[in-house]
Design a protein around this ligand. Sequence first.
Ligand SMILES: Nc1ncnc2c1ncn2[C@@H]1O[C@H](COP(=O)(O)OP(=O)(O)OP(=O)(O)O)[C@@H](O)[C@H]1O
Ligand SMILES: [Mg+2]
Length: 604
Amino acid sequence: MAKIKLLDPEAVSKIAAGEVIERPASVVKELVENSIDAGATKILVEVVDGGKRLIRVTDDGSGMDREDASIAFEKHATSKISGACDLDRISTLGFRGEALSSIASVAESVDMVTKARSSGVGVPGTRVRVEGGRVAEVGDAGVPAGTTVVVRGLFGEIPARRKYLKSGRAELARIAEVVTSYAVICHWISFELFSGERTVFKSVRSDSWNDSILRILGREVARNLVSIEAESKFVSVTGSVGRETVTRSSPDWIMTYVNGRLVRSRALIRAVAEGYRTLIPTGRHPVAVVSIRIDPAMVDANVHPAKTQVRFLKEEVVAAMVTDAVRAALMEAGGGAEPPKTAEGPAPTDLFVPEGGTVAPAPGPGPVGPVVSGEVGTGGGSDPGGLVSDLQRTLPLYSGRGRLDLEIEAEPLPGGLRVLGQALCLYIVAEGPGGLVLVDQHAAAERVRYETLTKKYDAGTISQELIVPVTLELSPKEAVLLEEWGPTLEEMGFDVQPFGGNAYAVRAVPAIGVRLERTEAVHDVLRDLFALGRVGTEATAREEILKLLACRGSIKAGHDMGWKEMHDLLRGLFACDNPKTCPHGRPTSVTLSFAELEKIFGRR
Ligand SMILES: Nc1ncnc2c1ncn2[C@@H]1O[C@H](COP(=O)(O)OP(=O)(O)OP(=O)(O)O)[C@@H](O)[C@H]1O
Ligand SMILES: [Mg+2]
């Protein structure tokens, strides 16, 4: 009996409409979601050229009988809801009856073979061929129960859309993200992703998501996960969240699911992060897998055509549950009481260690405050032996612990510049013949680092061998991106070699001026590079990478600089070919001329 029906106009008008197929990964997402909805226990995803040439998804799910298979490609044909009223209680991943028809309309051809699990012995399966969005052929197929959909030539006839696709490997990386994310939440299904060259990812059905998490996030992360749980009348929260020692440079590693659907919910991501508040340094993000089960009447999945967003009826209640659950689990696991530490040492606010230095302690209390020329308050800092007050008579302005570096007096700065101090841990304040000069310390440091790196790159000396190689565990998506980036990474000084399984040994890194000896620091740089995507010509790509590396290795805003450090930075800046702007084009300094100052103060 046919189960698929065409939705009535009222239901159609209420469904969030729009483009759902943007790239190969969108096709994979839709087909995998169909297989999950069909109750599959095995899903095989095969792609050629990152899905641009071919995507084949095979499942052992319920399959379709001839009648269903014949109308599955119609617009608004679905077996999952029967009318507008069902939109309030969606319990399947699909509900719009649009995915197959949208895919068919942007692919050169789609072939589907399917056989209903319920069909009798001897009843043949069905083959449907769709060309240019229209069903071209329906016939018999000798196949086992389940469904296979083959999509060929995505955007083949739409060059304007095709040109927005990235390289095969970059598209494969996105596909890997979709497949691995579903392998976590649907752990009762065995997933395999095969790229036409190799198996990119494989999971084995299991009664918990731990095994998939281990395969995706690696042993180190898996070992440092704690379980979260919370339950109320309408909502249940379960999850595995990283201890505060496991952090990332972006929130991409917070995976959120609502009623089994992979979603990118800002509210949930924020709620998870809130649970870590004060436990992990600013700028770092946790690793987390959080699954919400909620009464379908209290959540709306019909917000966006791609179904990647949801709206909760009582968002603050759900968010608070998540935050509390994360917090409680971290406390119970022994975290939270102490300042965060990394596995390899004390927790820095930045994972990068200045070359030749140690991790800087948090800035101590110092004589920070409004400054009046020639008069500086001693603030709240301790002052053993009254040193500070003595110094302050000769050094008109300074806040920070570098105040004892007196050697700076010996070598004047170029251009007759004289450092007065640091403001807001952000700007170097100086005076020169032209007036009062404010230097943005991060912008300046980036410029210096960028020019140094460019010179090293041009001279072929950018690579720096690590004394002790670092071992990384890459996710399937990252492993694909590593292949994509291979030659560029080598050019940039990286030596990364496979080390068995998902492990990679890093023997050399670019000499970015900070010691990249922590696994996480190296991993962060790679992730940042991967996030860049491969844009533009080789020359622009190289420039972008050097800019990024320069940024990574540079003094950050908020860093309390010593006198020597400030002088070194300014000297470096003056030696640059283009000292006026940072590599991204922001100014490195501004000068307030004496005339302007006089005007401001009404002296003239
Ligand atoms: N792998 C599959 N196994 C069994 N039935 C399937 C499969 N894929 C699609 N179908 C059937 O085809 C119908 C249409 O699929 P399609 O993906 O276009 O829409 P949907 O899943 O109902 O909604 P959405 O557009 O939100 O994905 C489904 O409702 C389902 O009945
Ligand atoms: Mg669907």
